[in-house]
Design a protein around this ligand. Sequence first.
Ligand code: LRH
Length: 480
Amino acid sequence: MKKNVLAIDFGGSNGRVILGVFDQGKLHLEEIHRFPNQPIAKQGSLYWDFPQLCHELVVGIQKATARYEIDSIGIDTWGVDYGLLDDKGLLSYPRHYRDPRTQGYLAKALEKISPEALYTATGNQLMEINTLFQLLTEEESLAKATTLLFMPDLFGYFLTGKRQTEATIASTSQLMNPLTSDWHWELIDLFDLPRAIFPTIVQPGTLLGMIKKELGLPAIPVINVGSHDTASAVASVPSEHQFLFVSCGTWSLIGTELPQPVLTEKAQSYNLTNEKGLNQTTRFLKNITGLWILQEVKREFESLGRNYNYQELETLANEADSMACLIDTDAEVFSAPGQMIERIQSYAKRTGQIVPLTDGQLIRCIYESLAFKYKYTFLEIVDTVGYEFDSVNIVGGGANSALLCQMVASASQMIVYAGPNEATAIGNINTQLIYHGALGTLTEARMELKKSQYVKKYLPKKETKWDQEFGRYQRLLAIS
Ligand code: LRH
C-alpha cells in the first residue's frame, strides 16, 4: 500500500513540513518546507508567532499538495505550551515557555500541595515551565476562556475547526492523572482552574478532522499523532526490546518505555517524569538540557562573524584539551537565551576551573559536560527501573554528532546506536501509517524503519578519563 503523509513539526528553531512516502515497505523522506520558529518578544514577554506560523503551515501544505496526493497530516510540537480560546477563537498569542513570567510560581503552587503529592498525582517532573505553573499566572485570561488547547491541538483546530486534546501532549502539563489518562480533576479544583476549559483527551492514532474548506486547501484528514514531539521521537526508536533512549534536540529526553507509570519515592527523588507514549505506554524519562547551550553559543559565534557548521565545531572541539572545564548544563544560569559564552566563563571562574577562552575550548566543555550528564542520568534510570541496558539509542539531531555519540559511548561504557536523526518526523509518520493500516503495530513500524534509515553504531572506547573525572563532575553538580 503506497501512502504519502505529511509530518509537521514545530521545533525549537525551525518548523518543518516533511513528506513521508511509504512504498513497498520503504520510507522516503523529503523536506517540503522549512521556516523559522523563534519566539517574538513584546514588552519583556515571549510569545509564539501564531499567525505567521499558521501562514507557514498553509504554505507548506500548498507546496506539498501542488506535487503530491496527500493522504493525511500529523502535527507535533514541544510540550507544555498552550493557547486559551473563547467561543470565537484564540484570546491572545500563546506564550512561549521561556517567558520569564512563571518564575516563583512553582514555589507558590507548593504552598497548596506538597511536592510529593503533586508528583504522585501527575507523575511529572516538577519544572516551572509546566502548563500548571504557566496557568497560575493567567487569572485574567482564564476568566474569559472556554477552552485550553495545547500547541499541536491549536494548529489542528486552525486546520479543522475541531477542539480536542491529544493524550501525549496533555501528559506534559502536570495536570493529567497518569493512572487514568484523564485530567486530574481534584488538582484542577485545588488550583481553582475552570474545569470547563479542559477538552476531552483523545488517544494518538485517531482522526481529528478534515481540513476545513475556508482555508482553500484540499480536504485532507488530520490525524492525532503522538503530538508531543518526544512521543513521536520515541515512536521512531528502531528497537524491538526494552530500550534506553536519548531524544536529543534542544532538550535531551533520556529514558525508557514502560507499560505503566512509576510513581515511587525514588523516581521522584531523581525528578524523573512519566509522560504518555503511543499505545498507552509510559515514557519514563528525564528532561534535561540538550543542544540548547551549543545552539546558543553557535548563534553567538555567528553574530561575531564566525559561521561554523556543526562539523567544523566538532573539529575545533577535538583540537582543544579534554576535561579542562565542565559545567552543569542544567544549571539555572544557562536556561535563558543570550550571552551564553560569558555565562559559561563566569561559571568556570565561580567553580575554580580553567576558563574556556577559545571557540574549541567552549565547544569541548559543552560536549563533555553533556556526555557526563547523560551518564549520570542513565545511572538514575537504571537505579529506578532495577535493570541495566547494554546499549542506548540516540535519536534526533544529536545523532548526527559523531563526537557526542562517541563521548556518550565511552563515558557510559555502552554501545550507542545513533539514528534516525529525523526521529520526530518519522514517529509522526509511523503513527499515520498505522492509522491507514499501511503498517500493523508500533513494533512493526519501528522494525520496518530499520530498512530505510541509517543507524550508526559507536563502540565504547577504554578511556580512563571518563571514570577519573566523573567524581569531579558530580561534585560540580552539588555546588552549582
Ligand atoms: C522537548 C520538550 C519537552 C518539554 C520542552 C518544553 O522538545 O517537548 O518535553 O518539556 O520541550
